[in-house]
Design a protein around this ligand. Structure first.
Ligand code: BMA
Length: 353
């Protein structure tokens, strides 16, 4: 995919040189090129919902746990679109969409990278993204399904919001979109046991075609399985959608450190090679250890698992009360993380501007 992109870009450049006219790259192509060059340097720090709340504060403007700890913003900021599909003013984590828009644009203007996930409600049962009581949901939102029209409306709502992400001059803000994540688990209605491989791939195609059609040239696509261990090419390819730019890995430690390190090292090695061989990029799209009880978790446990992977970024999840996964001055991992941010081991916003 990426090979084709570079070949096309090279031809476009050649033609433009002949005509003395630069061939403009789309915002998404320009972002992919930027990411492609960034992948060779130290891994970037990303954080979900960084500007909205922290471990000990909520809904205050101009605050950031990251900034307050290390004096810089994350290079990558993640936001979630769950709730847009039902016209809610706030997302599933109570963040107003107007604020998400504001902070996403602000971060892009600072030279940061933005990524959106989506935890949509269950379009068949009316439950949330974790409602796995019906295993016909995906089938029913594909063409000819009972919820097809409803789901088309949901995609229209998401596209309408994403279209409002523009710079002052009206040009679109490019972003990474990462829907249908952790599909190899069965905790979301689009998960492994909830739909067939063909249905999952069709869901991706439906989503990508719709959004790309509405926002041509703005979207960089990321698909991220959950920590698994023992991937084989056959298993991964069975459910792998087309048109992915960034292979992701959602990588939390829930069990023992030993199990985590074994599985994470295995997955990261496997998925990054899978990405490289197919001209895609690779990132740790979610990660962390809840409540960070291990002071040197980032430097001793997590980062060594990413060595040699060319991972673009690692993005700990939100600092919501005790459910935090990222870093803050109040957490056990604060000093460890601060030392990393001050070293060349990871990159913050200033390091990529
Ligand atoms: C999960 C948890 C939930 C949250 C969801 C979307 O991992 O943090 O509380 O609603 O992500 O951000």
């Amino acid at each position: 995919m990426r090979k084709l992109f570079f070949a096309t870009a090279a031809v476009a450049l050649l033609l433009s040189a002949c005509k003395q006219q630069p061939a403009p790259l789309s915002p998404a192509e320009a972002l992919i090129l930027r990411l492609d060059s960034l992948q060779h340097g130290p891994i970037m720090y990303g954080h979900q919902d960084d500007p909205f709340y922290g471990v000990s504060w909520q809904w205050e403007k101009d605050r950031s746990d990251t900034y307050e700890l290390v004096g810089d913003y994350p290079a990558v900021m993640g936001f979630d679109l769950g709730g847009l599909e039902e016209h809610h003013c706030k997302n599933l984590d109570s963040v107003p969409f107007s604020w998400i828009r504001e902070e996403a644009i602000r971060h892009a203007e600072r030279g940061g990278i933005i990524t959106f996930s989506w935890h949509p409600r269950n379009p068949r049962t009316g439950g949330n993204a974790w409602d796995v009581t019906d295993s016909t949901v995906v089938r029913n939102i594909l063409e000819n399904g009972e919820q097809y029209e409803l789901f088309q409306g949901w995609l229209a709502d998401v596209a309408a919001f994403l279209k409002t992400l523009t710079f002052d001059d009206g040009s679109p803000v490019p972003f990474i979109f990462r829907p249908w994540h952790e599909y190899n688990g069965s905790w979301f209605w689009w998960g492994q046991k909830l739909c067939s491989d063909e249905e999952y791939i069709a869901l991706w195609k439906l989503t990508r075609d719709y959004i790309n059609n509405e926002l041509p040239g703005s979207v960089v696509w990321s698909c991220s399985p959950n920590l698994q261990g023992g991937w084989t090419e056959e298993a991964l390819l069975a459910r792998w959608p087309e048109g992915v730019d960034i292979v992701g890995e959602d990588c939390y430690q829930w069990g023992t450190e030993e199990d985590f390190v074994r599985q994470a090292t295995d997955d990261i090695r496997f998925l990054s090679a899978f990405a490289r061989e197919r001209g895609m990029l690779f990132a740790i799209t979610e990660c962390g250890m809840q409540n960070s009880p291990v002071a040197d978790w980032w430097s001793r446990v997590f980062l060594p698992c990413t060595e040699g992977s060319n991972a673009l970024y690692f993005l700990p999840w939100r600092n919501w009360h005790v459910d935090h996964f990222g870093v803050a001055k109040e957490t056990t991992t604060a000093e460890d993380f601060k030392a990393l941010a001050e070293s060349d081991a990871i990159r913050m916003l200033n390091d990529i501007q």
